[in-house]
Ligand binder design. Structure first.
Ligand code: TMP
Length: 202
């Protein structure tokens, strides 16, 4: 593939996404960014989303807030970087919304996709790296920190999210790579680096 590419990491909380996104970005000299909260406006939106005192946020409103974060992020960070010839590595993307608000909250996935198609204006990720970790490891990492609004959403919610990610990965194998992230972080990073080279030629 020639030109700048947009690579995203997806997976459950505590799977090591942020670390792996940083390591990949360093190794391919990409702009490292994130959703939600990759812009100043996004950081303000993220405060609402993660606030444990917010307990009456409607699922549709939640979906529009993450889509608003994304519209701003793509306009302000991702598209300008790609246009300048820089690769972009993002910690989460539109697929988190399909997984969390669609599969997790139970909103119709097609409707969530339509709202996002409008918000992202065709800037779909070129490659999605889905990190998978076993349940017990995730539970251990979760127990080490204070949980936010999403992390408190319950075991079944998170199982639906994980199943949603797996389903999307299986349906679109050209765009998705599933990586076992339960190993040493250096081993996982090497696997990801090799996969990116194989898939995208960078
Ligand atoms: P993270 O910043 O630790 O990855 O956590 C972000 C949380 O926000 C995570 O629980 C998933 C959630 N989220 C959504 O529900 N929808 C989205 O579109 C995005 C980007 C994140």
């Amino acid at each position: 593939m020639t030109g700048a590419v947009y690579i995203v990491f997806e997976g459950p909380e505590g799977c090591g996404k942020s670390t792996q996104a940083r390591l990949l970005a360093e190794s391919i000299d990409a702009v490292l960014t994130r959703e939600t909260g990759g812009t100043q406006i996004g950081a303000r939106l993220r405060e609402i989303l993660h606030d444990v005192d917010v307990n009456d946020l409607d699922d549709h409103a939640e979906t529009l807030i993450v889509a608003a974060d994304r519209a701003q992020h793509l306009a302000q960070v991702v598209r300008p970087a790609l246009a300048a010839g820089r690769h972009v590595v993002s910690d989460r993307s539109v697929y988190s919304t399909l997984a969390y608000q669609g599969y997790g909250r139970g909103l119709p996935v097609d409707e969530v996709r339509q709202v996002n198609e409008w918000a992202i204006r065709d800037t779909w990720p070129d490659l999605v790296i889905l990190l998978e970790t076993n349940e017990s490891e995730l539970a251990e990492r979760m127990s080490e920190r204070e949980l936010d609004r999403f992390e408190r959403a319950g075991v079944e919610f998170h199982q639906r999210v994980r199943a949603g990610f797996a389903e999307m990965a299986a349906a679109d194998p050209q765009r998705w790579i599933v990586v076992d992230a339960s190993r040493e972080k250096e081993t996982t990073a090497t696997t990801i680096r090799n996969a990116v080279r194989d898939r995208l030629g960078i």
